[in-house]
Write a protein that binds this ligand. Structure first.
Ligand code: DHB
Ligand code: MG
Length: 217
């Protein structure tokens, strides 16, 4: 097998994306507005959004915590996968991002289901009650992922669902030098997840690598 044939080349990812539900007009408009507001293009792909929605539906998730709101794209996508009465609490440090996300969440079809919590994940998560979430998605600063994970494991019951973005280190997990701060932080987190005794997890090769795990006893 040559490298070209190896799973997964960029062309395989394009092939998958072409067979996955894309963004609806509302989400396309949200991204255009985010662009105009100079919010960086680092949201999850539509294929990863579908993957996470399917996992959330299979899990029967009702209450999701997200760390790292950015433009609100993933929060809106996740909320769409929840039943009536479901909620996403999404934590955002940057006021500019929180303001943008709140505006677009309010205009969305899931307005009543998503709440933006302002502040650093390390400050906000400790205030959330045990048992108040059954799923989480980590997608903020990579150096704090281990703390975010442990806080979410405190909050969620056994059976709780963990998802974490960028496990493949912005595509550079195998190639970035050891002193690359972003990729090093991802490597540390991946090793931390892999060693966790009470999480059964796997990196799904979706988007930039998406950890999916279940909290065990
Ligand atoms: C970056 C962060 C992300 O969460 C992501 O999905 C892509 C890039 C970044 O910080 O560069
Ligand atoms: Mg990300």
């Amino acid at each position: 097998m040559t490298d070209e044939e190896a799973v997964l080349t960029r062309r395989h990812l394009e092939y998958i994306a072409e067979r996955t539900k894309g963004d609806d007009p509302f989400l396309i408009e949200l991204k255009q507005a985010a662009d105009k507001a100079d919010i960086p293009h680092i949201w999850i792909s539509p294929a990863q959004a579908s993957f996470m929605q399917i996992i959330l539906k299979l899990h029967g998730a009702k209450s999701v915590i997200e760390v790292g709101t950015l433009a609100g794209y993933s929060a809106i996508c996740m909320a769409r996968a929840l039943p009536e009465g479901g909620r996403v609490r999404t934590i955002e440090l940057e006021d500019k991002h929180a303001d943008f996300a709140e505006e677009w969440i309010a205009k969305s079809d899931v307005a009543g289901k998503v709440e933006v919590l302002r502040g650093a994940g390390t400050d906000v998560l400790p205030k959330l009650e045990v048992g108040s979430a059954d799923a989480c998605f980590l997608d903020a600063d990579k150096a704090n992922y281990p703390t975010y994970l442990d806080e979410c494991l405190r909050i969620m019951p056994v059976g709780g669902l963990v998802m974490a973005d960028n496990a493949l280190g912005f595509g550079r997990i195998l190639t970035a030098p050891a002193d690359d701060p972003g990729v090093s932080a991802v490597r540390r987190f991946n090793d931390y997840m892999a060693a966790k005794k009470n999480v059964h997890g796997v990196i799904a090769p979706v988007g930039d690598g998406c950890w999916v795990g279940v909290k065990e006893a």
